[in-house]
Design a binder for this molecule. Structure first.
Ligand SMILES: [Cu+2]
Length: 236
């Protein structure tokens, strides 16, 4: 018993370090666990359900395995428990997967709500952003997307060369930018601020530096910010 207690004490520092390192990772600029929109919060909740749920299932498996190892054979022939096999092997995983799919489906944003449309085109290895204004005058920015806070914004994504992936972890999920296709994604930042984004699909040697930022402005200030942007499209 004393020996078990000694080993238990040895496990405390690594366990504490793991928790601290995990929590430290939650606050980085590209963390899905530091959500700044309803959509990202839903994704983070799915992540927590999956993390804690899988941990509970693993602990249950360890417990059952330990009980099976410790069980003393009493001279009977081994029994086949078909109910346990079907329940644990098919019904249980099926229930968990279907429940997760239904829950995760709620993270998909309602794109029909978006009144503001911004076009983003991915190139190796930069992002070309264009804003069409009601006056017919287009504005452009590079590697920076200006949006109003508290307002759904529809981002239309395409690419000029290879497949890229648009990802702003604190605001929502990933969406591929594919040559010849126009994919749509809705972003909504709760508060004004700067949210880091990155290409999440390997697209060549410059992939790691294919970053961008979403700048969410006060909604009153946003039209002025867009009006002050370049009127000509340019490469970086
Ligand atoms: Cu890319």
């Amino acid at each position: 018993m004393r020996r078990v207690r000694k080993y238990k004490q040895l496990a405390y520092p690594p366990a504490a370090a793991t928790v601290l390192f995990t929590l430290a990772g939650c606050q980085t600029p590209l963390s899905t666990l530091d959500p700044a929109s309803d959509q990202a919060e839903h994704i983070a909740r799915v992540w927590y359900w999956m993390a804690w749920g899988s941990m509970a299932i693993v602990m249950l498996m360890v417990l059952l395995t330990t009980l099976a190892i410790r069980a003393r054979p009493q001279g009977q022939a081994p029994r086949r428990n078909l109910g346990l096999l079907l329940g644990g092997g098919i019904l249980f995983p099926l229930t968990v997967i279907v429940a997760l799919i239904i829950y995760a489906y709620g993270a998909a944003p309602a794109s029909s709500e978006a009144r503001i449309h911004i076009e983003v085109s991915a190139h190796r290895w930069w992002w070309d952003v264009s804003y069409s204004s009601p006056t017919g005058e287009d504005h452009y920015s590079v590697n920076e997307i200006h949006i109003p806070a508290g307002t759904p914004v529809q981002i239309t994504l395409t690419a000029s060369d290879v497949i890229h992936s648009f990802w702003v972890p604190r605001l929502g999920g990933k969406m591929d930018a594919i040559p010849g296709r126009r994919n749509r994604l809705t972003l909504e930042a709760r508060q004004p601020g700067v949210y880091e984004g990155t290409c999440a699909e390997y697209c060549g040697v410059g992939h790691a530096s294919m970053k961008f930022r979403v700048v969410a402005h006060d909604p009153e200030q946003w039209p002025k910010t867009v009006a002050a942007l370049s009127k000509t499209r340019r490469a970086p």
